[in-house]
Design a binder for this molecule. Structure first.
Ligand code: T4K
Length: 401
């Protein structure tokens, strides 16, 4: 899948997020959103170029462009502080982050996970030489159903890998209690969960490790990138070794990959961090508007806001139910005709992808009815810090009309 081009049109003064200076949240705004402007499911948060420039200058002068250079060190420290976590390792992307986390523990045999996720969740497990065992999701949270986990545990199970789907916290307490009872590790795929707090603390502090994505499509990005958050300095050292081919001095102690984050990506992250707060506020305003405008739309379901956590509004999923006149794919096509590019995250289910279904044919399979229903219903509407309130009006009009 490819990224589309950005907004065209005449030059105008744009704010730090690249959108015209119009205030989201004020229904009186007179700005229009033209159907000639494409609205994508997301747009990356980018820092003002002039604030990136001095960091690039430094990198150019130093000619240290990768291999845990000085900007890498600064971003790692800044993110640990921002997220209020103690041990964080930057990685080239969350897919390699998942691989690295699973290799670092290290694990064997089967890993219980969700079928309602992006392919990286399944591939990360398989690449680490493990077998994913798919358990159905809770239809009200879209996350792994903790009540169904125990039935899937076998003598070969070594870990549970839940996904905080769309940034909604999993049932961490139930999952971790099951893990404790059965001697299992818990590695969270927190790709969507940057900045989310749960019970007043970073959600990434849960379990043995959490893996966050800093891909361009995420709430905070380093173009490509990610981080593994772990519990102690010894584990961080092991992760850092695995990210660097497994080197410990001149020897390699484990099958590590090259998962290092380069200096330019780190500079983008460092320059973007001050804008994460405003970007989260912009996302919250759009989500609030969508929620109020769509809660009673016929044939649609918007799940209630999650409790006991902060929201990053990384995605805005709606369920298009069976009584909708167009159905999910019909609505997707209709929006596309209005130059609005919603996405079917996540379709197909992981168990229906060839690379994964081939690899799991010995594992117990069940029907996974909740995940299957969601994969046929969910549409993620555009939400990003570059969107304006009129853009959101336009989306709602196209969805409801
Ligand atoms: N676990 C979970 C649960 C995940 O969702 C993901 C990734 C991972 C693990 C692995 O994380 P990473 O290894 O990627 O760090 C996207 C992303 O590539 C992927 O990171 C993300 N999840 C997944 C849900 O979505 P696509 O193929 O849908 O992206 P694409 O290129 O179609 O972009 C979507 C829209 O974003 C475009 O229509 C326009 C906009 N866009 C995109 C890019 C790349 C831009 O405006 N600029 C850009 O540079 O996969």
């Amino acid at each position: 899948m490819n990224a589309e081009d950005g907004r065209g049109g005449a030059m105008m003064r744009l704010d730090a997020f690249g959108h015209p200076p119009v205030s989201v949240g004020r229904a009186t705004s007179s700005e229009e959103s033209s159907s000639s402007t494409p609205l994508y499911v997301t747009r990356p948060l980018l820092p003002p170029l002039e604030e990136l420039q001095p960091l690039l200058q430094e990198i150019w002068e130093r000619r240290i462009v990768t291999n845990a250079g000085p900007v890498h060190q600064r971003l790692e420290a800044a993110l640990a502080e921002f997220l209020q976590v103690e041990h964080l390792s930057l990685v080239a992307n969350a897919t390699l982050g998942l691989y690295t986390a699973l290799r670092a523990l290290p694990l064997e045999g089967e890993v219980i996970t969700t079928p309602f996720s992006f392919v990286a969740t399944g591939h990360g497990i398989l690449a680490a030489g493990l077998e994913p065992v798919f358990v159905d999701v809770d239809p009200d949270t879209y996350n792994l159903d903790s009540k169904q986990i125990e039935q899937a545990i076998t003598p070969r199970t070594s870990a549970i890998l839940p996904v905080h789907c769309f940034g909604r916290a999993c049932d961490t307490r139930a999952i971790e209690a099951i893990a404790l009872e059965h001697g299992l590790e818990v590695v969270y795929d927190a790709a969507h969960a940057f900045g989310v707090e749960f019970l007043g603390r970073s959600l990434t502090e849960r379990g043995s490790m959490s893996v966050v994505s800093f891909h361009a499509t995420k709430v905070f990005n380093t173009l490509e990138g990610g981080a593994v958050v772990c519990r102690n300095a010894e584990m961080k050292r092991r992760i850092d070794q695995l990210v660097n081919y497994g080197y410990d001095g001149e020897d390699t102690i484990s099958i590590g990959m090259n998962a290092k984050l380069n200096e330019v990506s780190c500079a983008v992250g460092l320059a973007s961090l001050p804008y994460v707060g405003p970007a989260l506020r912009r996302r919250a305003e759009i989500a609030e508007y969508y929620r109020s405008a769509l809660h009673d739309a016929p044939g649609l379901r918007v799940i209630p806001r999650p409790e006991r956590q902060s929201e990053n509004n990384a995605y805005f999923p709606i369920e298009v139910t069976e009584d909708h006149p167009l159905g999910r794919d019909g609505l997707l096509a209709k929006l596309k005709d209005s130059n609005i590019h919603a996405r079917r995250y996540f379709f197909p289910l992981l168990t229906d992808l060839t690379s994964i279904s081939r690899a799991i044919h010995h594992a117990p399979r069940s029907d996974l009815p909740n995940a299957r229903r969601l994969a046929s219903r969910i549409l993620c509407l555009p939400i990003s810090p570059t969107m304006t309130l009129p853009d959101a009006f336009r989306v709602v009009r196209a969805v409801r009309d």
